[in-house]
Design a protein around this ligand. Sequence first.
Ligand code: NAD
Length: 442
Amino acid sequence: RDSVASRGLGDVYKRQHINLSDDILLRMQQPKLALTVSIPVRMDDGDLRVFTGYRVQFDDTRGPTKGGIRYHPSVTLDEVTSLSFWMTIKCAVMGLPFGGAKGGIVVNPKELSRLELERLSRGYIRAIADVIGPKRDIPAPDVYTNATIMGWMANEYAQIMREQLPGVITGKPVHLGGSLGREAATGQGALYALQQWVARNQLDPGQTTVAVQGFGNAGYHFARLAHLAGFRIVALSDSQGGIYSAAGLEPELIMQHKRTRRELKAILYCDSSVCEEARYDTLSNADLLELDVDVLVLAALENQITEQNAAQIQARQLLEIANGPVDSRADAILSERGIPVLPDVMVNAGGVTVSYFEWVQNRAGFYWDEDEVNGRLKTIMDREARYIFELADDKQINLRTAAYLHGIERISGAMIEHGTREYFQQHLSLIHISEPTRRYAI
Ligand code: NAD
C-alpha cells in the first residue's frame, strides 16, 4: 500500500539491508481481513443514526492480532489499514506473540451522550464479534477511547459468548481485569528506551534538557517519570499552547493545575503559591518544536515535523511517542542532518507490551503487582532498544530502518517456517535429485 510503504518501510521494501523472499513482500502488501460494518444506534432523542465502523487484521502469522479502536470523524479504512500494519511491525519489534490489527468508528464522540457512546460501543462489538476473541484478535483503546469503553466492550462480548472472556480486550479498568501499570505504560516504556539511549551515548540525565509536545496520557506520564528519573523538563505543550522554564518544570504540579484550570497557559495567571513561585514563559507549539534542547519528545499527533520545519529543528535527538509524528520527508532531512530519531514502533510500544501482560494475566487468572509489570516491561524494552541501537550502528542505518528491519525479520522468520517459494523449490529439487530413493519410499 502506498500509504503504508511511504512511512518508514521504503528501505526495507527496497531490500537494501535485508534479503527478503518475494513471498513475504507479497504477503505484507495487503491485510488478511478488512471488515466494514454499519452500527445502528438509537439516539437519546429517539432518532436512529447509523455509524460506520472498521476492523482490519493485517497479519496473524506470529499470533492473534492486536490493536486499538479509534473513535474519530476522520477515520477511514485506509488509515485503519495503515495503523494495523504498524501494529504488526510494533508487536514484532517487541517480540510479543501477536500480529497486528486496528479498528475505528467514524464518529465525533464529543457529540454523543454517555448513553449513546455506550450503545455505539456495544453495537460495534456485536458487529465485529465473529472476528475477535482472546485467541483471534484482541482490541484495545486508541484515540478517544478509554478504559470505560473497553469495560463495556468486554461486557458485551461476554454476553454474546455467554462466558467471561476478559482476554478479548485490553486496557480495561483495573476492577474489570485491567493490568496495574497500563495507564502509565506508554510513557514508562518511552522513558526506558530513552534511558538506554542516554546510557549508550554517555549522556548525563541531569544535564539533559527535554521538551515535550503533547501533555495527554502518554506525554504526561513520560514527563512525570522522566522528571523523577532526573531529566530536566524545560518545556511542555498541549493543544492550547506551551510553557517554558530553563530551570525545569515539575510535570505533576503542572498537571494538577491543568486539571483545575483546563489549560497550561492559565498556570501563568493562577494565584496559588506554586504559581507565584514558579516562573514560566509561554511559547507556541511551533516554537516548542524548534527549541534548542537535547531531547524533543513528540507525544501529540502525527505529522508534526514535516518538510516545512525539519530544517529548523535544533534538538540533538527526537523521541517519537506519538504514532507517525515525523513524516517521511522530514525523516530524510533529519537523517541527513545526523539527528537521530528514536522511532515510534519501538518508543511507544510500552502500551501494547503491558496490554500483552494484561492478556496473559486474564488468561492465567493470576494478577501481578505493579513492580512486576514494570520490571517485565523494562526487561523487554531494554533488550529490544539495545538490539535496535546496535543494528543501526552495525549496518550504518538510521534507527527507524533498524527497528523496521528487526520487526520484519521476526515476521519473515515466522512466514519462512510456513514455507516460501525458496523452501518448496529446494524441496522439489531434492526430490528430483534423489529420484531412486523417492521411488523406493513410495
Ligand atoms: P491524549 O489525547 O491523551 O493526549 C494528546 C495530547 O496532545 C493532549 O494533551 C493534546 O492537548 C495534545 N495536543 C493536541 N494537538 C497538539 C498540538 N498541535 N500541539 C501540542 N499538543 C497537542 O492522547 P495520548 O493517549 O497521550 O496519545 C498521544 C499520542 O501517542 C497519539 O499519537 C497516540 O496514538 C500515541 N500513543 C499513545 C499510547 C497510549 O497508551 N496512550 C500508546 C501508543 C501510542
